[in-house]
Design a protein around this ligand. Structure first.
Ligand code: FE2
Length: 256
């Protein structure tokens, strides 16, 4: 590393030495769309298996996939998700891909989720007894029932994990207050690797940098929908300073 880039790194307040070879410290990945044909992710089991091979090559030992559940578009549930998990596990065995495979879900905060909580319907969670539940918000505006739903989830014994907070740009104006409120409320935060490598936009990259610098991230996830996403992560993540910085946080991924 050159003298100038050393100074630059110091000014950025980071102690990541990019010249050191890197092994992925994250062994468990838990945000992706790999149940074929149930949402906007993988549409065929062959694609799912190809993507899982990329995860295995990157050093992941377990993938917990999280298909969308939305009352408008994706009316999924344990009944159509879990049988496909079995099918995919068989495919992994046949192709001798060494990776554990499980499923939870990514729930949109909508009327449907509120209804399920109020009716004590079983929700797809991860982390065993910890009952983590991955939730997402619309990209245009915060849903009016966000606070109520998270409160109800806590009351019902779940631990909400907010998917990619950096991608909701309506929090950008007032992120110190908005994100701090969520963290204070006990909501766990999951940042996308694709945000760190600049895949979505500069604004999203800045937002995830803010969350990482302020140690507000509890999990990192890939949010892979297709093989291109997985290939970008394989190509760029380990050489991206922001990703390495995120890996230095007290992450919960490997406890899943
Ligand atoms: Fe997702």
């Amino acid at each position: 590393m050159s003298f100038l880039s050393n100074i630059f790194n110091k000014n950025k307040g980071t102690d990541i030495d990019m010249s050191v070879p890197y092994t992925n410290p994250i062994k468990i990945e838990f945000h992706s769309h790999l149940i074929h044909g149930v949402d906007d992710g993988s549409q065929a089991i062959e694609h799912t298996l190809d993507i899982l091979k990329v995860y295995a090559d990157m050093g992941y030992e377990k993938v917990i996939t999280t298909p969308h559940i939305m009352s408008d578009y994706y009316k999924n549930g344990p009944e159509n998700i879990l049988p496909k998990v079995e099918e995919i596990r068989k495919g992994l065995d046949e192709r001798n891909i060494q990776i554990k495979f499980e499923a939870a879900a990514e729930y949109m905060v909508d009327e449907g989720l509120e209804h399920k909580i109020n009716n004590n319907e079983p929700l797809l969670t991860f982390g065993g007894d910890k009952k983590y539940i991955l939730i997402e918000l619309p990209f245009m505006t915060e849903p009016r029932n966000f606070k109520k739903v998270t409160f109800d989830l806590f009351m019902a014994g779940y631990k909400p994990v907010l998917a990619h907070p950096e991608r909701y740009l309506y929090y950008n104006q007032n992120k110190e207050k908005d994100f701090e409120e969520m963290v204070d409320q006990g909501i766990l935060m999951q940042a996308n690797i694709l945000s760190m490598v600049g895949y979505y936009s500069k604004q999203v990259e800045k937002a995830v940098e803010y969350l990482i610098d302020n140690k507000m991230i509890n999990f990192i996830g890939s949010d892979v929908h297709h093989i291109k996403h997985a290939e970008i992560i394989r190509r760029d993540a380990f050489k991206t300073k922001l990703y390495r910085k995120a890996c230095n946080l007290d992450l919960l991924n490997n406890t899943l």
